[in-house]
Design a protein around this ligand. Sequence first.
Ligand code: ATP
Ligand code: ATP
Ligand code: MG
Ligand code: MG
Lengths: 465, 465
Amino acid sequence: EPKLSEISAADFFYRNRSLAGFDNPVRATYTVIRELVENSLDAAEERNVPPKIMISLSFLRDRKTGGNLYRIIVRDNGVGLGSEEIPKAFGRVFVSSKYRLIQSRGTFGLGGTMALLYGQITTHRPFRVISARARSTITEVMMKIDIKKNEPVVLEKKNLGTANNPFTVVESYFEGDYGKARRKIVDYLRQTAIVTPYADIIFLDPDGVLYFFPRSTDEMPPRPKEALYHPKGVDLELLHRLLQRSRANTLKGFLKTNFQRVGDKTAAEVLKLARLPENLNPRKLGDEEIRALYYAIRSYDRFIAPDYTVLSPLSERLFEEGIKKELQPDFVRAVQRPPSVYGGHPFIVETAIAYGGRIRPTGEIQLYRFANRIPLLYDAASDVSYHVVKNINWSLYGIKSLEEEPIALFFHIASTKIPFKTVGKEFIANVPEVAHEVEAGFRACARELKLYLSKVRRRALIAKK
Amino acid sequence: EPKLSEISAADFFYRNRSLAGFDNPVRATYTVIRELVENSLDAAEERNVPPKIMISLSFLRDRKTGGNLYRIIVRDNGVGLGSEEIPKAFGRVFVSSKYRLIQSRGTFGLGGTMALLYGQITTHRPFRVISARARSTITEVMMKIDIKKNEPVVLEKKNLGTANNPFTVVESYFEGDYGKARRKIVDYLRQTAIVTPYADIIFLDPDGVLYFFPRSTDEMPPRPKEALYHPKGVDLELLHRLLQRSRANTLKGFLKTNFQRVGDKTAAEVLKLARLPENLNPRKLGDEEIRALYYAIRSYDRFIAPDYTVLSPLSERLFEEGIKKELQPDFVRAVQRPPSVYGGHPFIVETAIAYGGRIRPTGEIQLYRFANRIPLLYDAASDVSYHVVKNINWSLYGIKSLEEEPIALFFHIASTKIPFKTVGKEFIANVPEVAHEVEAGFRACARELKLYLSKVRRRALIAKK
Ligand SMILES: Nc1ncnc2c1ncn2[C@@H]1O[C@H](COP(=O)(O)OP(=O)(O)OP(=O)(O)O)[C@@H](O)[C@H]1O
Ligand SMILES: Nc1ncnc2c1ncn2[C@@H]1O[C@H](COP(=O)(O)OP(=O)(O)OP(=O)(O)O)[C@@H](O)[C@H]1O
Ligand SMILES: [Mg+2]
Ligand SMILES: [Mg+2]
């Protein structure tokens, strides 16, 4: 009896869809929207135009079912997809244009596909994608996913003419529960607007309510750039792959062309540490030599910090502006940490603290988290930033209790790879390098808060007398 | 420029290994051990013998590296694997013998493979598996994983003779941090011993400390059985697949043979609700007819509860015994809920509350969680059971504050599919059917606690006078 069997990636995530954020119809409603919106934001930023995103969620009363049948349509002005790309992009798990080393919201190659898969398994209806690249054919595809095989099934493909401007429309039916999900969905869009002030987002909800988040600026942030790996934290598998596909003829050249900020001197020092000749052919290294190189890279402690311009952080000014606009606090201070590295990936942490004004204590820690401009609204207590916040002694900074005072904390991380702990991107893993930056960032903000609070409290004392 | 690219499942989990519990070297040390131990427990239970598991973790000082190099060896008396099975089982992600509908610890088909993959990427060394099925050839395989292709790479395969009794040995090298992980690892083994009192577990740690968890009983729990899906919560994809591969000649026969506890009368009523003739060929149903059948199954409310004997819960007696042995409380009460269903999967929730004795308040909620006899030691605050516990008004039961009183809460769920929220099996998703059973279970225990506390407090009052 052949006891071992195998399943496809789509089948795996279908059977285990709580992993991807489809735990129940309420959560699924949120996840469907956020996955499609994040795809649209990425697509518009890819062509460096202010994103224009329209989301329409309608409730279709379906008497036959006990469940709530919805139709979602998301339209964007992003780069668009060609007729061959549409089935691949949406019909298969682990297909992505974001597997390169560049900062983007998408990272796994399955979010959009899973949203459409969820619609398919709850309604059995095909989904529709209409898209065009700039000055290109408009293609309309009606399709399904063969979940067992992890393959697209195209039911119908139409050519609808030519488009001047690129765009994408995704339409799908699914079983959800908007009533219970509404709060989180609106929070998600509002927080997205805070960190993406250059985007126009329109959401027409099932109750006919129109949520309009107009952009407050035309200024796009500088585009992130495709990066090289930073040598710090690189593992052996990655080193192996880079060596295998390197076009450099020498080991020294390999180091300089495959890692960011490794110049002639650094490469020479690393190779000296590894006791490897500089002119070895990278593709002909033996296992022992690769290990020697790896350990040398591991123990070399004079690599320069990553290239700042690769990433696109919020900036302290934008973070503070967004927080002020949203919460109108008496005090706000954002701090951007210098670039750091984990596992070869550069990252920048930004933290902010706001106090007073319209902030009210809620009996819980008010922590707003963002990763590559995505708001993270679930499982805060498992997030690395939450653990850091819990371990800071806030009384040193004049805060008796985070839960009982009018204080809100903010955290953003930009990276070529956010170390998410869940496929549903709910929270960030406890990576020590990240925790270190979050702590340093919050302490820097807290020191400013302390000065502010002591000034305010001194004035209040004087006023009393 | 072909902008879409594709990666293998192994490559996906390599790039995103925080998803699978390899966030950092400390967490990775824990995950490597728990994944191999869970495989061994499953394998021994498969042949219905008391598991005998030996774990040896040794620290190999490696001067070349800054990292801590460990060797792990796990040996068990489980069913074993044949020479063709070893490379498949460990060399490929999404390969499993546990994709059937039967309760087991393993469920994803990647835990063991990921543990060995992690060793490979941190040390570049091959790993070794020695195994034999009963009265079969002993095979030793030295192998690696081709991560890009998600395929095994066998370096060496040896025939070491014949074994009377089956066994498996897994040996691998990896970079970890035992010092920081030790506490959690020992907790994991100790809690495993509580819910698996019929297993012998020996752990020899890097400091030379031997942890011995001898079995306290020879009595194996009844084996879970391979189940049929329960109709409640079945989705359209599953219905489609069952219809396609059904050997029944009529729709009525299909319902009776493909779902548990659906007899003649129930099948007839469901088909009447769907307005479908009983004798339709299941394989020839059109989309509209499938949807009609689905909605009828959805709205039919008189399905019998799932078959109890399919699952293997702890039992109230064993749960209480384990808790008494471990915590020596003054009061303990476990409650087993009747079987329930989510998404077609039967499940049984068991809850327990212990009070007093050697339990001390810790300033935090003391919640012990288990799923298919696996202890869950991380991210409690995100777990469905934690949310339920937080939402109960404990003052109704005589408890002022869970954090400040000597009270401990326990939760176990047995199912053909545990709705884990993470690939690292850290916590359970917020599935409403599960939350409902957890709440009912804890309230039942709490009512008994209330009687106990009022009795004890009354006595204390009388004693004072
Ligand atoms: N609205 C869109 N406009 C243009 N391209 C899109 C759009 N939505 C999806 N795509 C393309 O389809 C690919 C797959 O999308 P999907 O959401 O499944 O994965 P991803 O965005 O790459 O990663 P993640 O799983 O993290 O979301 C994307 O990488 C992108 O190339
Ligand atoms: N110690 C063992 N003895 C016998 N078979 C084993 C052992 N370890 C692994 N296997 C086999 O290898 C398969 C793959 O193991 P792996 O841990 O990767 O996945 P799994 O246990 O099926 O699921 P999960 O990812 O949830 O652990 C198992 O299903 C089992 O058939
Ligand atoms: Mg996406
Ligand atoms: Mg396993």
